[in-house]
Design a protein around this ligand. Sequence first.
Ligand SMILES: CC(=O)SCCNC(=O)CCNC(=O)[C@H](O)C(C)(C)COP(=O)(O)OP(=O)(O)OC[C@H]1O[C@@H](n2cnc3c(N)ncnc32)[C@H](O)[C@@H]1OP(=O)(O)O
Ligand SMILES: O=C([O-])CC(=O)C(=O)O
Length: 451
Amino acid sequence: MNLEQKNSLVDLCKRVEQNSEIGAEHFSIYDVKRGLRNSNGTGVLAGLTKVGEVHGYVVDDGDKISDHGKLFYRGINIFEVANGFQQEKRFGFEETCYLLLFGNLPNEKQLADFNELLGSLRELPEGFVQDMILKAPSKDIMNKLARCVLASYSYDENPDETSTFNIIRQSIELIARFPAFLAYGFQAKAHYYGAESLFIHKPRVDLCTAENILTMIRQDSEYTALEAEILDLSLVLHAEHGGGNNSSFSTRVITSSGTDTYSAIAAAIGSLKGPKHGGANAKVMGMIDDIKANVKDWSNREEIKQYLTKIINKEAYDGSGLVYGLGHAIYTLSDPRAILLKEKAIELAKEKNREDELNLYLAIEELTPQVFAEVKGSEKEISANVDFYSGFVYQSLNIPPELYTPLFAVARVPGWCAHRIEEHLTGQRIIRPAYKSVVTKKKYVPISERS
Ligand SMILES: CC(=O)SCCNC(=O)CCNC(=O)[C@H](O)C(C)(C)COP(=O)(O)OP(=O)(O)OC[C@H]1O[C@@H](n2cnc3c(N)ncnc32)[C@H](O)[C@@H]1OP(=O)(O)O
Ligand SMILES: O=C([O-])CC(=O)C(=O)O
């Protein structure tokens, strides 16, 4: 684009800004549920699900009352899910995929068969790595994941059929292949944009999802049992979050049009990438670096508070006014996933000598709600969400930062697929809410008469 074209685009931007102005009063006149939220802060009821349940408050006489967060996968509390497989010293992500997709925990034989099936599907189709990944590397791995999903359409002999069998087949194939999409997308980026040596390790049928990720992203394929165990737990904790989160709702909206699995899952990845959703885990890391660079004494709570005030006042970090990793649409007092990840962060901080850094996270978690209340004069409860400690945990496992949000995507595929299947089986209608037009009616003007 030349300078003249750029300037004319700047003028067009001003025009669209003027033409897009909708006075705040219109939203109350027409009782628009901005962000699909009711006036008391609860979400608009948009559907029914048996996949996941997210509890963050109780409603008493129309008032929203804050509560500690609870998360259920197919009716089972996430704490029980995590304790269950960890106590039995097993990996849990595959069992979680089975639970989310089919509705029940698998017995030993069912889990073994499912693991075998996933193992047999992990390798990418012939030519895929060369043609779809290495020939078009991307600086952003989320973009690469979305493209891998869309490209999978061309490698599927029956991509469009929306029978339950076909959707489940495609879902299992995607769950199996995502670790390779992530690892090879990362290798292509590191090689073509970071001048690193290129290595492509094949997935192994005998390894679980977490182990395959670690083995494929590392040149020496080495990982410790603790690293695999923590990554597996993190995948489990990120696997599902009800039908209303932005990416699962996107999956349901798109599924309701009757389109193919690849289109629906690619859209979900686009949603998850956003900094207010899964992209927040990467934003947290940038924010922590920014705080470290600007707060001289990390143990000085007053200094931290002052900097958080600047962030919320849009005077620091990315100017968005957001303290990333805090706040949630449903959770108020706590996010159960953040509690579990915080436990891991504390363990890892001791082991890796990162306690000073962890103390900074703990201070931000504790002080942000105070600063938020002071600056905004808001009674809204904000607490650490799943994205706050996940980056610290991944960093302690030596996982590169550009993979933090993509790992969230790998984990969420079973959740998205379970919602797609449920929408397909129970939705029955295209999702199509209303938009009230508030534009003044005008006549079409012939081109010769326009100013
Ligand atoms: C996996 C996940 O998606 S978990 C969420 C990950 N996202 C983040 O961590 C980003 C930071 N947090 C946020 O942006 C928000 O808390 C969200 C998007 C997660 C949830 O937002 P909601 O609960 O719907 O709150 P909503 O968007 O209505 O915000 C209400 C007000 O609180 C502010 N607010 C909410 N969270 C924060 C925060 N973390 N820091 C500063 N301000 C915040 C909003 O900017 C808004 O202010 P305004 O009224 O002046 O515009
Ligand atoms: O529920 C939400 O809005 C966001 C979230 O935490 C998730 O999708 O994991």
